[in-house]
Design a protein around this ligand. Structure first.
Ligand code: SAH
Length: 361
């Protein structure tokens, strides 16, 4: 029998290593103390990771070679590899497909707006929520992303574009409130003053409506924006589009949103994907006014991005505009989301899906 560490053991050792980028500054200092090093080294390393966006320990040139070797033994340092980049000819939006260390892939989007650059990140590999119009959920959930993997999407895009990221939206593949602890840790690392220090008010987390976790989020002392994927105005209609509506009825979800506003003072965003002939009638608009006028909120109308696997159609432009003006007349602020990157598989999960299909061929 050949000697040496088998492949499996090596994998296990890799898994046992601590994920250094997911540690808080305090935790990192404690680790350094345990290694017999001065705590300020923790501060230096934290800066390399979260400000200078280092992708390897060897970049950390103000640390001795011996310490860098010790770090390699003890910690795993995640770094994403861009396997595909698609750039929209319409608006410059870029969609990235990133490979994770376990060979899974996730997608992230970079968008340029008047008020700054925005990155939309994934929070899970796949999704188990099953929303009917969404491509991310067609193959179910593979796993949740670690805090470092969520940060890496932003850090890598920042390195690749050479531009500052000012807004972050957690609206890519996955349900962030189904990966709760990792999400909260990610948010604290992202907005912490010793890291990239993105303002909490410039971060939006979008959920399909996991009511108990909306209430938990309200208690975290964060100033982020909560976006609720509403998409329909009655439980009956919502259940047809979103299976999660069977578990958490609209009344429970809306009351959790009201609680979020009460606790944080942050206006809620309702996302409403307009699906032709399904939820875009005048009656739907009136019902939406009935719901939205009770809450301090803003409605984001998203003309549905049709996916090949389902027969949903985008309403005509005039219908979307009529829906919007009806809401406005009813006293509800509403915008129609600019359809960025439609020419580049812009809908959630489409790029990853194309990639997986190609691999299967
Ligand atoms: N799981 C979270 C975040 C991911 S999806 C959530 O449900 O909110 C981000 C937003 O895009 C959600 O509002 C989602 O319902 C919407 N969405 C997904 N696929 C879409 C499509 N094909 N067309 C329009 N909106 C879509």
């Amino acid at each position: 029998m050949r000697r040496g560490i088998c492949q499996k053991t090596q994998e296990c050792l890799q898994i046992m290593k601590t994920d250094i980028k997911s540690l808080t500054l305090e935790e990192l200092k404690q680790e350094l103390i345990q290694m017999g090093e001065a705590p300020f080294r923790g501060g230096q390393i934290y800066e390399w990771l979260h400000v200078r966006l280092a992708r390897s320990f060897d970049e950390m040139t103000n640390l001795s070679k011996a310490l860098r070797e010790k770090l390699k033994e003890r910690f795993a340092l995640t770094a994403l590899e861009a396997v595909r980049v698609q750039e929209s000819k319409m608006d410059g939006t870029k969609k990235y497909l990133f490979r994770l260390s376990d060979d899974n892939v996730v997608e992230s989007v970079w968008m340029r707006y008047h008020h700054g650059n925005s990155v939309c990140i994934s929070s899970q590999v796949g999704c188990r929520m099953g929303c009917r119009f969404c491509a991310s959920t067609l193959d179910g959930l593979e796993r949740g992303l670690t805090p470092s993997e969520m940060l890496d999407q932003i850090y890598t895009i920042s390195l690749l574009t050479g531009e500052r990221v000012s807004n972050v939206v957690v609206m890519g593949t996955g349900e962030p409130l189904d990966n709760y602890d990792n999400l909260i840790r990610f948010l604290r690392l992202l907005t912490g003053e010793k890291g990239l220090h993105i303002s909490q008010r410039s971060v939006t987390v979008s959920t399909c409506g996991i009511a108990p976790n909306i209430r938990r989020l309200a208690e975290e002392g964060l100033q982020i924006t909560l976006a609720l994927s509403l998409h329909a105005t009655t439980d009956e209609k919502r259940k047809k589009l979103m299976p999660i509506a069977n578990k958490y009825p609209l009344a429970e979800v809306l009351s959790a949103c009201a609680y979020y506003f009460e606790k944080t003072g942050r206006r809620i965003t309702f996302e409403y994907s307009l699906v032709g002939g399904v939820n875009d009638t005048d009656e739907d608009a009136e019902e939406l006014i009935g719901i939205a006028s009770h809450l301090n909120c803003h409605v984001n109308l998203i003309p549905v991005n049709p996916i090949r696997e389902r027969a949903f159609v985008t309403p005509r432009r005039e219908r979307a505009l009529a829906f919007q003006s009806r809401l406005e007349r009813g006293g509800v602020g509403a915008t129609i989301r600019r359809e960025m990157g439609r020419d580049i598989d812009g809908a959630c999960g489409q790029l990853r899906r194309r990639h997986m299909e190609k691999k299967m061929e």
